[in-house]
Design a protein around this ligand. Structure first.
Ligand SMILES: [Zn+2]
Length: 234
């Protein structure tokens, strides 16, 4: 997952980036409440002239990326509990989980993101909050489950498992599989192969009529050679 910073400007309309300095003590989880918007859409909405609300957030995550929209040492208006020094709005980093597209993947990415942020800070899952915890808004709404909050406890458990796994120096099954794939790809890329058919049909023979002693190159090598030969013909 890509993590990119695209902070909204200081002075963004409707006081969306108030700029109070913040030493965060918790991380608050939200759902965007919009079934069709991506992380990029949510970021754009913060600076859309049609947006008249004084509401903002720090990070939004979807299946593709996480976008940091307000620096994490400044506050955002996300918790609905005013501006007091102890409010969620003034002490908590907010993360919006997108509801659009592949929600399972959005959630996977949120678990990874949050686990990483807790680890960096030496925090446990006791530092996690719902928007609900600050102001009783039903948010993150996709974790609500009619008041049982099943999805919330699942989420916290998954983050805890991620933290525990990493503490033991383990990689997750997903990471391991991704690693194996990358290695296979590298091996494939570095394998020496005889001249491909297209090369022979374009240049007449694999060894250029005796010019190359042992015509074994990587797939990329054959392409590079062909490009060189073509340009020398001109
Ligand atoms: Zn919320």
């Amino acid at each position: 997952m890509l993590y990119r910073k695209d902070p909204i400007p200081k002075g963004t309309a409707n006081n969306r980036r108030p700029g109070y300095s913040m030493s965060p003590t918790t991380i608050t989880i939200h759902n965007t409440g919009n079934p069709s918007s991506t992380a990029d859409n949510e970021r754009s909405w913060l600076t859309n002239p049609g947006n008249t609300r004084t509401a903002s957030f720090h990070i939004v995550v979807d299946s593709k990326e996480a976008i940091e929209c307000i620096p994490l040492n400044e506050n955002a208006w996300h918790a609905g509990d005013g501006s007091g020094a102890a409010s969620g709005n003034r002490t908590s980093i907010s993360i919006e989980i997108c509801e659009s597209g592949d929600y399972a993947k959005n959630l996977d990415n949120a678990v990874q993101l949050v686990a990483g942020m807790l680890r960096e800070r030496g925090w446990g899952v006791d530092r996690l909050r719902r928007h609900w915890d600050w102001s009783k808004k039903i948010c993150p709404r996709l974790m609500y489950d009619g008041g049982k909050w099943t999805g919330w406890f699942d989420f916290k458990n998954r983050v805890a498992a991620e933290l525990a796994g990493k503490d033991e120096g383990k990689v997750t099954k997903q990471e391991y599989e991704a690693m194996e794939k990358r290695i296979a790809k590298l091996e494939e890329d570095n394998k020496l192969v005889p001249a491909p058919k297209w090369f022979i049909s374009e240049f007449g023979s694999p060894d250029l009529k005796g010019l190359i002693a042992d015509p074994q190159l990587t797939t990329e090598g054959w392409r590079t050679l062909a490009i060189g030969l073509r340009s020398s013909r001109k």
